[in-house]
Design a protein. Structure first.
Length: 460
C-alpha cells in the first residue's frame, strides 16, 4: 500500500511538524490510503493531526474508510461544527452504519447535528429492521422518466450526478415513482441524442425489497454480478439503492460469523482484539459447557462396556484413534455442507443427494483408514509383538470400527446442517466440535459392538 511504502517519509514530516508539506502530499492520496495511514499511526493525537489536514471532501471520504473505533477517536477530538460537517457530508449508508453502532443517546445527539433533510434520511434508514436491506441502502441515486430524451437525461445527470452514490446505473420510474427498469450509463451515453429513454428499456431488471435480509442482497449481487441494485418498498416504489461495497462488508461479516460458529463459539459482536475478556468467556463458555456435557455421554458409554474393557485392556489403546477419526470425518462433512449452503450451491431439497454422496465418501474414507490401521497392526506385531496372539481379530475390530465410525461421522456431519436449517436454526450452529461430540458417543458403541462380535470367545 502507498501509506506503508511512504511511512518513513510521513513519519519524518510528522516529527518535524512540517504540516504544509504533509498536507500537500496527502491531497494526492486516495481516501483508502489515508485511512490506512491514520490507522497505522500509534498516537491518537497524530491521527487527529493527519485528519485535520484534509480538505472537507477528502476528510469525509477518508472518514468513511475508518473502522468504528477510529471514527469515534476522531469525533471525540473534533469540535461540534466539524463533526456536524462530516456527518452531513457522509453517504447515507455509511452514516447509518456508524449511528447503529452507537448507544442510543449518542446516536440521538449526532442525529440532531444533521440538517433537516439529512436528519429525515437518517431516521428513515434507522427505522428499518436491523440486518435488513433498508439499513444498507442510500437514497442517493439517479432516476429518470421513460419519456425523457437523451439530451434531457444527460442534463439531469450533470445537475444531480455529483450527489449520486454511483452513476454506473440509472433507474427509470413512472409518473408515480414506481421502478420500471434500470439502464447502464454506457447505453445512455452511446444513444442518439434525439432518442427516448423508453427506446433503451427492456424491462429486464433485478430489485431488492427494503425488508429483505442483508444475506439475500449478497446472494443477489453474486448471482447477477451487479455494482448496484435498486431497493423498492412493498408497492414497488423506488426508495434507494444498495452498492456492492456495502454488500462486500456484509459478506465478510457473515463469513466471519459462520467461521466462528464452526469453531464452537458464539459469533463475536466486536473484532477479536476489541472483545472484552468477559464477553469472550461468555461466548466460548456456553458452548464448552454444552460440549462437556456431551462428552459425559462418552464416558457413560465407556462405562457401559466396563466388563469388556476389564477383560481386554488393549482395546482402550485404540479408543482415541477410533473416535477422533469419526470426529474428523464429521467435521469435514459439516464444514463442506455448511459452506455449500452459504454459497447457495445446495438447498434443503438436495439432502438426499448429499447423503448418497457422503455414504459413498464415508465408506471409501473408512476403508482407507481401516487399511492403514491394519497395516500398522501388522508392522507393530512383527517388530514389537505388542498385541499378543490375537492381533488379527483385534486389527479387524479396529479396521471395521473405523469404517463404521467414519461412515457415521460423514452422515451425521452432513445431515445436521440440513436438520438445523429445516428447524429454522443457523446451519453453522452444527459446529465441528458439536459434530465431534455426537460422533464420539456413537463411535464408542460402534467400536465395542464390533469388539464383542469379533473377540467373544477369544479375548472376551
Amino acid at each position: 500500500m502507498l501509506s506503508q511504502l511512504l511511512q518513513p517519509e510521513i513519519r519524518a514530516l510528522i516529527d518535524e511538524r512540517n504540516l504544509s508539506t504533509l498536507k500537500e502530499i496527502l491531497s494526492d492520496w486516495t481516501p483508502a490510503d489515508i485511512a490506512d495511514l491514520i490507522t497505522n499511526l500509534p498516537a491518537e493525537n497524530e491521527q487527529v493531526i493527519i485528519f485535520r489536514l484534509l480538505h472537507q471532501d477528502l476528510a469525509t471520504d477518508t472518514f468513511e474508510y475508518l473502522d468504528f473505533d477510529m471514527q469515534m477517536n476522531i469525533i471525540k477530538a473534533m469540535g461540534k461544527e466539524e463533526v456536524a460537517s462530516i456527518l452531513n457530508e457522509m453517504s447515507a449508508d455509511d452514516r447509518t452504519a456508524l449511528l447503529e453502532e452507537l448507544p442510543s443517546s449518542a446516536a440521538k445527539q449526532m442525529i440532531m447535528m444533521l440538517s433537516p433533510e439529512e436528519r429525515k434520511i437518517a431516521t428513515s434508514l434507522l427505522g428499518y429492521p436491523e440486518n435488513s436491506v433498508g439499513r444498507l441502502m442510500t437514497p442517493e441515486y439517479i432516476a429518470v422518466k421513460p419519456d425523457w430524451d437523451i439530451m434531457q437525461t444527460l442534463e439531469h445527470i450533470r445537475k444531480y450526478g455529483k450527489d449520486s452514490e454511483t452513476l454506473n446505473i440509472i433507474y427509470v420510474i413512472d409518473a408515480k415513482g414506481k421502478l420500471i427498469d434500470d439502464i447502464k450509463i454506457r447505453d445512455v451515453i452511446l444513444a442518439p441524442l434525439e432518442s427516448k429513454i423508453a427506446d433503451l428499456m427492456d424491462k429486464n431488471f433485478v430489485e431488492l425489497n427494503v425488508h429483505d435480509d442483508q444475506e439475500k442482497a449478497v446472494e443477489v449481487f453474486k448471482k447477477y454480478d451487479r455494482v448496484a441494485l435498486p431497493v423498492v418498498d412493498a408497492l414497488g416504489f423506488l426508495i434507494g439503492i444498495v452498492t456492492v461495497d456495502d454488500v462486500l462488508d456484509v459478506a465478510e461479516e457473515e463469513a466471519t460469523e459462520d467461521i466462528q460458529k464452526l469453531g464452537g463459539t458464539e459469533a463475536l459482536e466486536e473484532p477479536y482484539i476489541d472483545t472484552t475478556i468477559t464477553d469472550m468467556v461468555k461466548k466460548r463458555g456456553k458452548w464448552l459447557v454444552v460440549l462437556f456435557i456431551g462428552e459425559m455421554l462418552t464416558a457413560s458409554a465407556m462405562g457401559f462396556f466396563e466388563n469388556q474393557i476389564s477383560k481386554a485392556v488393549v482395546l482402550t489403546l485404540f479408543v482415541p484413534l477410533i473416535i477422533s477419526s469419526g470426529g474428523n470425518s464429521g467435521s469435514q462433512a459439516a464444514t463442506l455442507v455448511i459452506r455449500a449452503m452459504s454459497l447457495g450451491e445446495i438447498t434443503l431439497k438436495d439432502w438426499w443427494r448429499v447423503m448418497k454422496r457422503e455414504i459413498v465418501s464415508g465408506l471409501m474414507l473408512g476403508i482407507i483408514l481401516g487399511a492403514v490401521a491394519f497395516l500398522r497392526m501388522i508392522v507393530w506385531t512383527f517388530f514389537a509383538e505388542s498385541y499378543g496372539p490375537h492381533w488379527v481379530p483385534i486389527g479387524l475390530t479396529v479396521s471395521f470400527s473405523l469404517i463404521g465410525v467414519v461412515l457415521w461421522g460423514t452422515i451425521s456431519g452432513s445431515m445436521l446442517p440440513f436438520i438445523l436449517k429445516r428447524l429454522g436454526a443457523d446451519p453453522a450452529t452444527s459446529s465441528a466440535p458439536f459434530v465431534a461430540t455426537l460422533v464420539d458417543v456413537i463411535g464408542i458403541i460402534i467400536y465395542f459392538g464390533f469388539a464383542i462380535f469379533l473377540l467373544t470367545g477369544r479375548l472376551l
